[in-house]
Write a protein that binds this ligand. Structure first.
Ligand SMILES: Nc1ncnc2c1ncn2[C@@H]1O[C@H](COP(=O)(O)OP(=O)(O)O)[C@@H](O)[C@H]1O
Ligand SMILES: [Mg+2]
Length: 239
């Protein structure tokens, strides 16, 4: 597929003897937003970790804009333009906001389009600018999420993976995070948004993949799936 930003093909991944992804295949189209859904333990985070090289797949391929990256080390995949906003945010709590951003800047992709700098991240998240010298551990959950997103952007990715960015945040803050994701999509980034709740994802996603027990259960456009109660109930247990 010529215009695929990220493509997993027949990916099998294990933790020790535990076979957690089985023949997983899906495509994130360039400039599109793919919502990756599934119950807790379905394999969503493992798909993200495979995509950035933290969990090498045992078999199968991962391609970034047509270039194979499976089994490359994480820093080489980052250099190809893939960045992850990890589940649980994982900011460096004993570093300042500014230091968190600087760490990521050094490892990043230096393509021709490199709009993200400390200044542009602070322009997008004014609250982080106000707190630039504070330790990240003292930020609220929402601010830490903004910082995790800002840190990923500092690598100037072409593909942004966001693993449950709404987790543990109040509804008002979730709305802010979703508005940010919408802006990033409008800027042309190709995005995977992992969530457990379809409600958050349907409004913003172009495409949906549902994982169930480490396998792809559903691939659909968001529009077609939105009213498909059967699939949603069967694989997500909602409605
Ligand atoms: N580091 C790990 N070691 C062993 N098993 C793991 C590890 N991380 C996740 N798992 C298991 O792999 C499966 C998929 O987990 P995960 O990808 O985190 O699912 P999700 O993100 O959809 O909740 C689950 O059964 C989980 O318990
Ligand atoms: Mg997860």
């Amino acid at each position: 597929m010529a215009n695929s930003a990220l493509e997993l093909s027949d990916v099998d991944a294990f933790y020790g003897d535990s076979h957690v992804l089985q023949k997983v295949s899906f495509v994130l189209g360039a400039g599109r937003l793919l919502g990756l859904l599934g119950r807790n333990g379905a394999g969503k985070s493992t798909c993200m970790n495979v995509s950035v090289g933290l969990v090498p797949p045992r078999t199968g391929s991962v391609e970034v804009f047509g270039t194979p990256v499976a089994r490359l080390p994480p820093e080489m995949i980052a250099a190809r333009g893939v960045a992850l906003v990890p589940q649980g945010r994982r900011v460096f709590k004993s570093l300042t906001v500014r230091e968190n951003l600087m760490v990521a800047a050094q490892t990043g992709f230096t393509g021709r389009h490199a709009p993200w700098t400390e200044a542009t991240v602070f322009a997008m998240f004014p609250r982080l600018a106000e707190r630039r010298s504070q330790l990240a551990g003292y930020l609220s959950g929402g601010e830490q999420q903004m910082l995790a997103i800002g840190r990923a952007l500092m690598a100037n990715p072409r593909v942004l993976l966001m693993d449950e960015p709404s987790e543990g945040l109040a509804p008002q803050i979730v709305a802010e995070v979703m508005a940010t994701i919408r802006k990033l999509k409008e800027s042309g980034l190709s995005i995977v948004l992992v969530e457990q709740s379809p409600k958050l994802v349907f409004d913003i996603a172009d495409d949906i993949v549902i994982l169930n027990s480490g396998r792809v259960a559903v691939i659909s456009t968001a529009a077609a799936l939105k009213n498909d109660d059967v699939d949603l109930r069967q694989h997500l247990g909602v409605f």
